[in-house]
Design a protein around this ligand. Structure first.
Ligand code: HEM
Length: 507
């Protein structure tokens, strides 16, 4: 079967989305079609030019195109045809459990396997191994990509043993950093994004890689963020020359070299249970590809955790009432013994506002598009819509997150207590769902909560100019949570009432 690809992307200096439709629509597709079922209604392009209107819209609006289009049409799922290829955009909470039941047909794994190999610059043989056996009827146990993800789910699950250890490690590391910060509080304003990025990178990678953490080298950390910042361009090098992503590829290679040494020397044995368990699943591939896979794994670890922490802090510190309430709840789970204050994370359920604010920040700031590949003709929903094999399905997360029917009249507003109660099922896509539910959810939530809890208890953040200003989001990023567009400069000031005390976490 002829293999060809269509890359649809937004290249306005930065690619916004790029998905490869790997196989041509074939006779096989036609054979599986059942008589009466029809595809979802076709969306009219925002830019009304025949044939290329949608493509121009994607280039112009980037990933937000799918949000805008899905809001303009009432149908639960839409079809966007581009040059004979098809993208479906799903916007209805009711469809989500249906997709969850079909992970080998409506496949995130296929997209992950394809792009992980491309992002990491892996060998053809490893790329092939990652993409093997992902379709309907396959056996999870013998599928390289699925097996690797399952191990992550196990280790980071409630009974996995890795989670508590890593949460404890990252919280202690953050605490040590806060102790240092209280001794050396800079008087000059600092960029809040840069600060959050560095602290989360340090705490998360220490917890994952242990005492021989490759990210301790500032060149590796800087290389990683160069890579991450332009990862969409790296994907585009599948069809365009490498020079379009020169800086990102150079950054990636710095991390790869450090990771190769980490695995070659056996340093990985000092790493967390997660690192050791992941390494065991990679025994069939070369050390170079192991290092490349681990470099891409940095994106899973950090790319959404950093912006989640940033936006949560922005919401809390820009609202004095909310900041006061958060401090009150953290105080209620903090014990005092002499000059020692211990924040007890075992009692987080008694401070429900903290997690609620993090979820609400994710709800409002999620920009991802939940890509899936349709690997077999399938029929979904009450309307019995036919989704055709070899099409791409995107989940309009942002439309779902602002859906008035699901979230109520205040769906557009930031409501700090919204997630103190359980949110509406299907309409919150912050961590995805079904078997693809983010395995790092609990790790990331506790890490962000630890950062927020310590910072709010020990410091005030004073914005330059005296007022918090909405920085907007950089929507050219293809992440689940887009980072801020503008800089937010703040001065850190130790709180009077937190000085001369020693702070700790209990996990
Ligand atoms: C606040 C931080 C994070 C957010 C908002 C987030 C969000 C997401 C989302 C939306 C997905 C896609 C799920 C879907 O489409 O159904 C996902 C998948 C994934 N995430 Fe996270 N994530 C975060 C942190 C992490 C961390 C810390 C790790 C690593 C330990 C991680 C590892 C993964 C992996 C491996 C997948 C693929 C799961 C699969 O295909 O089965 N994530 N995440």
């Amino acid at each position: 079967m002829a293999i060809f690809s269509l890359v649809y992307c937004a290249v306005t200096g930065v690619a916004a989305a790029a998905f490869v439709l790997a196989k041509s629509l074939s006779r096989d597709t036609e054979r599986r079609r059942r008589g009466s079922e029809t595809e979802p209604p076709t969306a009219s392009p925002l830019i009304p030019i025949p044939f290329i209107g949608h493509l121009l819209g994607i280039i112009w609006y980037s990933v937000q195109y799918y949000t805008i289009i899905s809001k303009k049409h009432a149908s639960p799922i839409l079809k966007i045809p581009i040059f004979g290829r098809t993208i479906y955009v799903a916007r209805s909470p009711e469809l989500m459990p249906i997709f969850h039941r079909l992970p080998r047909v409506v496949s995130l794994w296929f997209i992950e396997a394809k792009f992980t190999a491309q992002m990491g610059g892996m060998s053809d043989s490893t790329a092939k191994q990652m993409a093997e056996n992902l379709g309907p009827g396959g056996d999870d146990k013998t599928t390289f990509t699925i097996e690797g993800l399952k191990v992550m789910h196990q280790v980071l699950g409630p009974k996995g043993g890795g989670l508590v250890e890593m949460n404890r490690d990252s919280a202690q590391i953050l605490n040590a950093r806060f102790n240092e910060l209280s001794r050396t509080t800079p008087l000059e304003p600092i960029d809040l994004w840069d600060w959050v990025q560095h602290e989360i990178t340090y705490a998360m990678t220490e917890a994952v890689y242990g005492s021989t953490n490759p990210y301790r080298d500032p060149k590796v950390e800087a290389g990683f963020w160069d890579f991450e910042g332009d990862v969409a361009k790296v994907i585009l090098t599948g069809v365009l020359p490498n020079f379009i992503a020169r800086k990102a590829i150079a950054g990636r290679e710095t991390v790869v070299a450090a990771m190769r040494a980490y695995f070659d020397t056996g340093d990985w044995r000092q790493g967390s249970l997660l690192t050791r368990a992941r390494y065991a699943t990679m025994s069939g591939i070369s050390t170079d590809d192991t290092a490349r896979l681990e470099t891409v794994n940095g994106i899973a670890l950090l790319s959404n955790t950093v912006p989640t922490a940033f936006w949560t802090l922005h919401y809390i510190f820009s609202d004095p009432t909310l900041l006061g309430r958060i401090r009150e709840q953290i105080t209620s789970i903090t014990s005092s013994e002499g000059a020692v204050r211990t924040i007890d994370f075992g009692r987080l359920k008694d401070a429900p506002l903290l997690f609620s604010v993090i979820y609400e920040a994710i709800r409002l700031r999620a920009t991802g598009i939940g890509p899936r590949m349709i690997l077999q003709d399938t029929v979904v929903g009450d309307e019995q819509y036919l989704l055709k094999k070899d099409s791409v399905l995107l989940i309009a997360n942002r439309t779902l997150h602002f859906d008035g029917g699901a979230w109520g009249v205040n769906s557009q507003e930031f409501v700090p207590d919204r997630f103190v109660q359980k949110g509406p099922g299907g309409a919150f896509r912050g961590f995805g769902g079904g078997v693809n539910l983010c395995p790092g959810k609990a790790l990331a939530m506790v890490e962000v909560a630890a950062l927020v809890a310590m910072l709010t208890m020990r410091f005030d953040l004073i914005p330059v100019g005296g007022k918090w200003i909405e920085p907007g989001q950089d929507l050219t990023k293809v992440l689940q949570i887009a980072p801020p567009r503008d800089k937010v400069l703040v001065t850190f000031r130790c709180r009077q009432e937190a000085m001369n005390l020693s702070w700790k976490f209990e996990m």
